[in-house]
Design a protein around this ligand. Sequence first.
Ligand code: M1P
Length: 253
Amino acid sequence: MNSIDKTKEIYIFDVDGTLTPPRQTISTNFASFFTEFALKNQVYLASGSDLEKIESQLPESILKTVHGVFTCMGNCFHQYGKKIYQNDFIEVPGLREDLKDKVLSSKYPKRFGNHIEDRVGMINFSVVGRNADQEAREEYSSFDKEVNERTLFASVLNNKYKNKVTAVVGGEISIDIFNPGKDKSQVLTYLENNAMISQNTVINFYGDRTEFGGNDFALASAIENSQYENNVVRVESWKETWKKILFLQAKKI
Ligand code: M1P
């Protein structure tokens, strides 16, 4: 972690799809660039994933330099190597049965196991299964793009369990499920409640799923509707994130 006091401007980055391809390691060149960037700026990470996965994707140079890592949709926060808080998921009767039924009923033909992954304050659900290898991920992702399975199933859950759970799409093969409000908007709430930002702070947020129904949407809209000057940047990939950071830096010179 660096100790620059730059409460005037902060940067929040999603991880999968924004700094790395989903569940893959960050590119070496981008990692060097991003480490330098994090040394000079106040940077936070905000992922749907858990710390163990993020640690396998990003080098220590980044994880030690950033000001904090929000994981599991903001249900857990790590700073200076310590866990600062975590929320529990409140179970909803019938939900797990519906997830199991979906694994059985989906028209996608292959299953690789680990379909319902419990994380801090949330569940990550995948029809193809989290044990799918890269080839199987890509195959499922093409199927999902054609039939929109994840978005449709997330809507089914959101209708059926209104006020009890929210389901959103992130990454390539899964959906994130949590209790209402226990989404990435918790990042902004935490920074505000702990005086980590001030009235004059400019908040920059980079995410690949900032659209409605995506797992960056809640944070993107909380920032956009806040009192703070902000830039919410939607990207298609880590390469675009890199380009957009460079563009922003060029504008500031
Ligand atoms: O950030 C959202 C999700 O990104 C990845 O999703 P998938 O495995 O579907 O590609 C994973 O990191 C997942 O854990 C995370 O919730």
